[in-house]
Design a protein around this ligand. Structure first.
Ligand code: BEZ
Length: 324
C-alpha cells in the first residue's frame, strides 16, 4: 500500500469522523523567504489545489516567519489556528525525537542518496506516529540539501572550529554534533543569521548551499567548508484538527498534491546544489572540501548519544545501505 493510502486509512481511523466536502481557505506557514524553493513549492501546491478543487479550496501562503517561528507554527497547527506548514524536520524532532535519526552524520553519501533515503518506506513509516504524538499529519518529505560550514576565520582542520560561536538551526541533533566537535553551537533561527554573521555575533554558521549562495552568506566569510555532513529534510504538515474536518476526497486531494510538491524540492536540490557550490567556490574565498574523517571522533560520539535516543537509526542506516 502506498504511503498516501496508508495515511488516509490510519489517520482517518485515528482522527475519527469524516465530513462532507466544504469550501475552505487554508493557511500555510513556513519560515523560508519568498524566493526560496520551499516557498515556491508551497505556492505551487496552493495553485494546484485551487485548480483541482475547481476553485473550492484556496491556500494563503505565509512565508518568512510571518506567522511566527517554527515552534510557534507547530503549536498553531496543534490548536488548529494554522492549517498547514512546510516545516524543517529539525523542528519536528524537537517534539518527536525519533526524527533525530535523519541527522546521523554522513547517513547519506551525497545529495541524491539523501533523496532516496527520504523517499523510502522507512522514512514514510516514521510519519505514521505524528498525529498521535504531535497532533499533525505528515504527508511527505522534501529537503534543503546537505549542510556545510561558513566561517569568518580560517579553517584548516576541525581543531579550528573549537570554541567558535557557530550558528545552528535550533534542534538537538545538530547541537550534539557541534558540542562533540568542540565548537560553541549557537541556536539561531534562519532570519537572524545574515546579520549575526555580518556583525560578528557568530564566528561561523551551519548552512545549506542554496542559502550560502543566494542569500550571500559567503560575503561575510573567509572559509567555506564543503563538508556535506548532514541532510536537512523538510516535511509537509496538515493540522490534525483541520484534517479531521476534511472529507475523504479532500484528504486524498490535499495529501497527494502536498506530497507531490514537497517531494519536488528534492529534485530541485539534487539538480542545483552542485551549481550553487561551484558559484561559491568561484568567489575566491578559501574553499575546503572535507569528508567524515575531518570530524574525527565527533561522529562516533554523536552515534553513541543518538543510538540511545532513537530506535529509527538502525532502520534508516539499513535503508541508506540498501539505497547507495
Ligand atoms: C536553517 O535553519 O538553516 C534553514 C531552515 C529552513 C530552510 C533552510 C535552512
Amino acid at each position: 500500500m502506498t504511503y498516501i493510502l496508508r495515511l488516509l486509512t490510519t489517520a482517518t481511523l485515528a482522527l475519527s469522523f469524516v465530513t462532507a466536502s466544504q469550501a475552505a481557505e487554508f493557511r500555510l506557514g513556513l519560515i523560508t523567504p519568498p524566493p526560496h524553493i520551499w516557498t515556491k513549492a508551497a505556492e505551487k501546491f496552493g495553485a494546484e489545489l485551487a485548480e483541482a478543487s475547481a476553485g473550492q479550496h484556496s491556500v494563503s501562503v505565509f512565508p518568512a516567519r510571518q506567522l511566527g517561528n517554527e515552534a510557534e507554527m507547530l503549536q498553531q497547527l496543534q490548536t488548529g489556528a494554522l492549517d498547514m506548514a512546510f516545516m524543517t524536520v529539525a523542528e519536528v524532532s524537537n517534539r518527536a525525537p525519533e526524527f533525530g535519526a535523519f541527522y546521523a552524520p554522513y547517513l547519506a553519501q551525497d545529495i541524491a542518496h539523501a533523496g532516496r533515503i527520504l523517499r523510502s518506506e522507512t522514512a514514510s513509516d516514521m510519519l505514521q506516529d505524528l498525529p498521535g504524538q504531535v497532533g499533525v499529519v505528515g504527508v511527505g518529505y522534501g529537503m534543503a540539501g546537505l549542510r556545510q560550514i561558513v566561517s569568518r576565520g580560517d579553517i584548516k582542520t576541525a581543531a579550528d572550529l573549537e570554541g567558535l560561536k557557530l550558528r545552528i538551526t535550533p534542534f538537538t541533533p545538530i547541537l550534539d554534533f557541534y558540542n562533540a566537535v568542540g565548537a560553541a553551537p549557537t541556536p539561531m533561527p534562519l532570519p537572524a543569521v545574515y546579520d549575526a554573521l555580518a556583525n560578528g555575533q557568530v564566528d561561523a554558521i551551519d548552512m545549506d548551499a542554496e542559502l550560502i549562495w543566494l542569500l550571500k552568506y559567503y560575503e561575510h566569510a573567509d572559509t567555506i567548508v564543503q563538508s556535506n555532513h548532514m541532510m536537512f529534510p523538510m516535511v509537509g504538515l496538515v493540522s490534525a484538527r483541520t484534517w479531521t474536518n476534511l472529507s475523504d476526497d479532500d484528504r486524498t486531494m490535499i495529501s497527494e498534491l502536498m506530497a507531490k510538491n514537497v517531494d519536488s524540492t528534492i529534485d530541485s536540490y539534487v539538480a542545483k546544489e552542485a551549481g550553487w557550490l561551484s558559484e561559491v567556490e568561484g568567489t575566491g574565498k578559501t574553499y575546503l572540501r572535507v569528508d567524515s574523517s575531518f570530524f574525527g571522533d565527533a561522529i562516533n560520539e554523536w552515534n553513541a548519544i543518538w543510538s540511545q535516543k532513537t530506535s529509527s537509526l538502525d532502520a534508516l542506516r539499513a535503508t541508506a545501505a540498501a539505497t547507495k
